[in-house]
Design a protein around this ligand. Structure first.
Ligand code: HEC
Ligand code: HEC
Length: 339
């Protein structure tokens, strides 16, 4: 928490942060940013066999097999923090070590950071719990809970050689060109049948390792339905989902040689994003300044006059232009639902 104090003291940085859209944007815009092009991640297995080394290795296991440690079907009821049987590594591919596969290599160096979603400075602990509530459709873990401490230790090791606020190569899920039309769900259904259904199945529910033991997780995770991420998750946003799919799916694909064309990736993402999934209550309170809400947030309220449909499926350029105009004119627009 001392870290947050330091941030609060740094008013100028906070103001700047407030004008931008998150840790990544912040890292790209501050003059002091150092780019880390070569990833220099210590080998977990070579850490000493002491308390910290063991904790960090346990953390890797929690990230890779989340369902087995804190999933909704684990034997110890008090440990059931996740609401679905995904793993962190279902999305943070290769346990956070894959370029454009939502890597976690810089996470520990990115935080604390201003969160436009909550309107507060978030610690890394807070950020992990956001994925717990949204991507894992569960509840936050306490700070002294061993799996949480283990995740934070693991993330700390990944960021060992990343300077604070550095921008890493291969961050997030990439950014392919956008379409100047709305993404097309019907066309996406055809792409899904051709490129995804063999693994994720026609019904999108994935393939469990064991039908009667959900705590063994998935050979292929579900993309929608009760055991998927909820509508407040990062992957429920079209831009994030489409880029993730473009750079990483079919599983094994690398950003170096994507399998899908950008239009196919946008359309299949629209198809997946329009399927049923758990709902998170209170989403209308997110983003206390509506001008800092990502253009592809699939839920209102919105500061601009565009429909929810266009926020969900694009095209996004006209929304971005209107937001820029409103920013110049009004600076900020308060969310009437924010706490
Ligand atoms: C359903 C997919 C999914 C799952 C499962 C998931 N995450 Fe995330 N996570 C994301 C996405 C997407 C983002 C980036 C969101 C954005 O673009 O703002 C993210 C962001 C993060 C960040 C911030 C990274 C940074 O550098 O800013 C951390 C830390 C994180 N997740 C940790 C975890 C941990 C730990 C787990 C497991 C307990 C987990 N996530 C599970 C999708 C997921
Ligand atoms: C070869 C099998 C395979 C194919 C084909 C495939 N996937 Fe996946 N997908 C996976 C696996 C396995 C994971 C989890 C990665 C891991 O655990 O390492 C995954 C993860 C995902 C995730 C993040 C986790 C989640 O549950 O939401 C999304 C989104 C996704 N795939 C979408 C797609 C889409 C869309 C397509 C078609 C364009 C596709 N995948 C094709 C195997 C596949």
């Amino acid at each position: 928490m001392a870290e947050i104090g330091r941030w609060r003291a740094c008013g100028a940085a906070l103001l700047l942060a407030a004008a931008l859209s998150g840790p990544l944007a912040m890292a790209q815009s501050e003059p002091a940013v150092r780019d880390v092009v070569v990833w220099d991640v210590p080998a977990l297995d070579q850490l000493p066999d002491d308390d910290f080394g063991r904790l960090a290795r346990y953390g890797r296991s929690v990230v890779e097999a989340t369902y087995a440690h804190i999933g909704p079907a684990v034997t110890d009821e008090a440990a059931r923090f996740a609401g679905n049987n995904l793993a962190c590594a279902s999305c943070h591919l290769e346990a956070g070590l894959k370029k454009f596969g939502l890597p976690l290599v810089a996470a520990s160096a990115d935080y604390p950071a201003y969160s436009t979603r909550s309107g507060e400075v978030a610690s890394l602990f807070d950020r992990v719990n956001q994925c717990m509530r949204r991507s894992l459709n569960g509840r936050p873990m306490p700070e002294d809970f061993r799996p949480m401490r283990a995740i934070l230790a693991y993330l700390e090791v990944l960021s060992t050689n990343v300077p604070h606020d550095a921008a890493i190569a291969g961050a997030a899920a990439g950014r392919m060109p956008e379409l100047d039309r709305a993404a097309d769900r019907a066309r996406g259904a055809q792409v899904y049948a051709r490129e995804c259904a063999d693994c994720h199945r026609r019904d999108g529910l994935g393939v469990r390792r064991n039908e009667t033991l959900p705590q063994m997780g998935y050979a292929v995770p579900p993309l929608w339905g009760d055991d998927s991420f909820n509508d407040g998750a990062g992957l429920a946003r079209l831009i994030t989902l489409a880029n993730f799919v473009h750079d990483n799916m079919p599983n094994g694909t690398s950003w170096v040689a994507p399998t899908l064309t950008p239009p196919d990736a946008w359309d299949v993402a629209a198809f997946v994003a329009s399927q049923p999934r758990p709902r998170l209550a209170g989403l209308e309170r997110d983003f206390p300044d509506l001008l800092l809400k990502p253009v592809d947030a699939p839920y209102g309220p919105f500061a601009d006059g565009f429909s929810q449909e266009q926020h969900r499926f694009g095209p996004f350029a006209p929304i971005r232009a209107e937001i820029a105009r409103l920013k110049a004119e009004r600076g900020a627009i308060d969310n009437p639902n924010a706490r």
